[in-house]
Ligand binder design. Structure first.
Ligand SMILES: CC(=O)SCCNC(=O)CCNC(=O)[C@H](O)C(C)(C)COP(=O)(O)OP(=O)(O)OC[C@H]1O[C@@H](n2cnc3c(N)ncnc32)[C@H](O)[C@@H]1OP(=O)(O)O
Ligand SMILES: O=CC(=O)O
Ligand SMILES: [Mg+2]
Length: 724
């Protein structure tokens, strides 16, 4: 238990109280008394409605369970009518367009990658904030986008064979980014400023020029010997960096040392599924990092090899424009903060003795902190348009969006912000939101700045909602079946119909295979092609590479082309992706599916519970590292729970797999000095027990969420570690 200070009906854990009174409130223009009193009033107003929303989720789920339990039709008209009758599938509201004002260009009129990062990891969070710009050479050199054939392996010491391949590949990209009137960038031997134009000398001595002269926007260094030439294409900037004395520039006939791409236009600083924050200490750390990002003061001491340096937020980038005026471009990614959803409570604050809803607490405190940005008191500016961007995850249907909208309004009033300063990113990641998406957007039409298909949570909810309908298809097949394709397509179409183009983001989900960048380059071009003006990437390198897709596709043109054809797709969306025939899976296929799920669950959960790490790269059964977070855990645990329920697998089979995989996961982590193994005594390993509970009690978890078990077990683990 924490030490608390009483504020009216609230008790605030001292660690959080101290942070707020000493760091977050000073300079915010809000008095201590006003803040705590107003916070108390918000809790008094919103706690009961929050509980009622959760009860409604449970009531609807119980009705769905009873329907399937009775063996009623899980397809076609009868099923759709049932969903309508119980108020799960609601009538579509009349047409409208969103009215969101003061949206920064990065979200409204630009198209590019969106990075997500666990906010409590300062080292990664700083890296993410700075990933607005990324080195194309580094991204190509360090990943499988360039093959290792013919002596081009990735080595720590610079491999000139690979280096040459990188230069050639980058020059090939320049042909797309910066078309020339004659010749190609592979032939370029110099890039120079010639009056108000760019002259590119080719190997045969001829001079080429830019096909579109307006692409040139500025330079760094002197006009005679620029160190960087700045261009724009499809709204994204990039630099050709020149330094003939640099180790790479030396090898290049034009002295080009790198191509720097505008990459992560926006970043989501995540307080939710990639973070393990279970109590007042953890939450205070999360909020402290957000304050550091909003004030520009966050920094970490870094050690790489023999060098030690300080990582901090990058300044804006300065150039001279072709007309001689100075030009400044943002040096950092525009930041959202992802609050948690409506489900969990946290003991950092008690109200009438009970833990408060964590989502309400996040809303109030992350907004208070972001107010510092609007007041301009920090070192940098995040939103030049004067807005605060909150991603609200895991909302089920329009009532839950309306609740967040009302909460945001009260928070604005408490903190002295103009109405609708708080903008909302709506995660379309629960089935009741997908099937009522238009009504969800309508419920926050003055705040909506994005809709995003969080297909990972969405898959977990798909399984949980129809748990009793029958056994689900294997995990790989689930990703290709009609429901998901219709969900993705309908999201874009609904977003366009509600006027998001030019005002907000229509976003696509995460690439969860961080080391497979070649595959990402093949797959993720599908996102801009589908009309999405942003999509999630797991790392800065992935952001740099994914940025190339937005040079290949003019998303706003795609959106225009798609705008006329409204796709609703509801009948496909509600088609439950069950196994067509339970006898088609071989014993071996079933065993592999179980082992793969169990390995992923244990690999993620043990680090979460034992070490407080909320997002990990965990090898799957083929030894491919997968990004695992709470949403991927929700899928794996719900999938096993479903197959157990329908006796595709037996509890003994799962127990045997857990025992085998626990050993393997311990071995995989042997190199981590902070790792706490699960074996040999799995019965007293809290991490192991958490994983087992998530599977065996998966069917009874609210909406199949993993948070309740993870939080409880992490708290047990922290208590154990404190007692040691
Ligand atoms: C369903 C959903 O909700 S998805 C959203 C939640 N998921 C996320 O936020 C994913 C974020 N990504 C990550 O946390 C990580 O990339 C992981 C856990 C997947 C892999 O991490 P690691 O195994 O440490 O990656 P790896 O060793 O390849 O790279 C580490 C380097 O990349 C950087 N990096 C990796 N991911 C990120 C990121 N998301 N943001 C910023 N920097 C990052 C690190 O800072 C580090 O560089 P440094 O040494 O200069 O600090
Ligand atoms: O939050 C994202 C998801 O896919 O879930
Ligand atoms: Mg999610």
């Amino acid at each position: 238990m924490h030490n608390y200070t009483q504020y009216g009906r609230m008790q605030v854990a001292k660690v959080l109280e101290h942070f707020i009174n000493a760091q977050a409130l000073p300079g915010s223009g809000v008095e201590e008394q006003t803040f705590w009193h107003g916070f108390e009033a918000i809790l008094a107003k919103f706690i009961e409605p929050n509980k009622a929303l959760l009860e409604k989720r449970a009531t609807l789920q119980a009705k769905i369970n009873a329907y399937h339990h009775a063996g009623k039709a899980a397809t076609g008209k009868p099923y759709r009518s049932f969903l309508e009758d119980i108020g799960y599938l609601l009538p579509e509201p009349p047409d409208f367009t969103i009215e969101t004002d003061n949206v920064d260009a990065e979200m409204a009129t630009m198209a590019g990658p969106q990075l997500v990062v666990p906010i409590n990891n300062a080292r990664y969070a700083l890296n993410a904030a700075n990933s607005r710009w990324g080195s194309l050479y580094d991204a190509l050199y360090g990943t499988d986008v360039i093959s290792t054939d013919e002596g081009a392996e990735i080595s720590h010491r610079f491999n000139p064979v690979r280096g040459e391949k990188v230069i050639q590949a980058a020059r090939e990209w320049l042909n797309t980014l910066l078309p020339l009137n004659s010749g190609t960038h592979q032939q370029a031997v110099s890039y120079k400023i010639d009056g108000d134009a760019i002259a590119v000398t080719l190997a045969d001595g001829s001079i080429s020029t830019l096909r579109d002269t307006s692409q040139w926007r500025g330079y760094q260094g002197s006009a005679e010997a620029p160190t960087a030439l700045l261009f724009v294409h499809n709204g994204l900037h990039f630099e050709i960096q020149i330094d003939a004395a640099h180790p790479i520039g030396k090898t290049d006939p034009a002295g080009v040392k790198d191509i720097l791409l505008e990459a992560a236009l926006t970043t989501i600083m995540d307080c939710e599924d990639s973070v393990a924050a279970v109590d007042a200490e953890d939450k205070t750390q999360v909020y402290a990092n957000w304050l550091g990002l909003m004030q520009g003061t966050l920094s970490v001491e870094m050690k790489k090899g023999d060098t030690t340096f300080e990582r901090k937020m990058n300044p804006d980038r300065q150039y001279t424009a072709p007309d001689g005026n100075s030009l400044t471009l943002p040096g950092r990614s525009l930041m959202f903060v992802r609050n948690v959803g409506h489900l969990m409570t946290n003991d950092a604050i008690l109200f009438d003795g009970e833990e408060v809803p964590e989502g309400i607490m996040d809303g109030v405190i992350t907004t208070l902190i972001a107010k510092h940005d609007l007041l301009g008191s920090g070192r940098f500016t995040n939103s030049r348009a004067g807005s605060i961007y909150i991603v609200k995850p895991k909302m089920h249907g329009p009532e839950e969006v309306a609740f967040s909208d009302a909460l945001f309004g009260e928070i604005e009033e408490l903190l002295g912000l103009q109405p609708f300063t708080l903008k909302m990113g709506i995660m379309d990641e629960e089935r009741r939101t997908s099937v009522n998406l238009k009504a969800c957007i309508a419920a926050a039409k003055q705040r909506t700045v994005f809709i995003n298909t969080g297909f990972l949570d969405r898959t977990g909810d798909e399984i949980h909602t129809s748990m009793l309908a029958g056994p689900f298809a294997d995990k790989a097949s689930l990703k290709t079946m009609p429901w998901i394709q219709a969900y993705e397509k309908a999201n874009v179409s609904t977003g366009l119909a509600c006027g998001l183009s030019g005002k907000a983001q229509i976003g696509k989900g995460m690439w969860p295979v961080p080391d497979q960048m070649a595959a990402m380059m093949e797959a993720k071009i599908g996102h801009p092609k589908s009309g999405a003006n942003t999509a999630w990437v797991p790392s800065p390198t992935a952001a740099t590479l994914h940025a190339l897709h937005y040079h290949q596709v003019d998303v706003f043109k795609v959106q225009k082309d798609l705008a006329e054809a409204r796709f609703n797709g509801i009948d496909d969306i509600i088609t439950i992706p069950l196994l067509a025939d339970r006898n088609t899976l071989t014993k071996e296929q079933i065993q592999r599916e179980v082992d793969n799920n169990v390995q992923g669950i244990l690999g993620y959960v043990v680090r979460w519970v034992h070490q407080g790490i909320g997002c990990s790269k965990v090898p799957d059964i083929n030894n491919t590292g997968l990004m695992e977070d709470r949403a991927t855990l929700r899928i794996s645990s719900q999938h096993l729970a479903n197959w157990l329920d329908h006796e595709i697998i037996s509890p003994d089979m799962v127990r045997a797999s857990l025992a085998r995989m626990a050993k393997l996961v311990d071995e995989q982590n042997a190199g981590d000095p902070d790792y706490i193994p699960m074996t040999p005594d799995t019965a007293s390993s809290i991490g192991f027990q958490a994983a087992s509970e998530l599977i065996f009690k998966g069917a009874e978890q609210p909406s199949g969420y993993t948070e309740p078990v993870l939080h409880q077990k992490r708290k047990e683990m922290k208590a154990l570690l404190r007692g040691r």
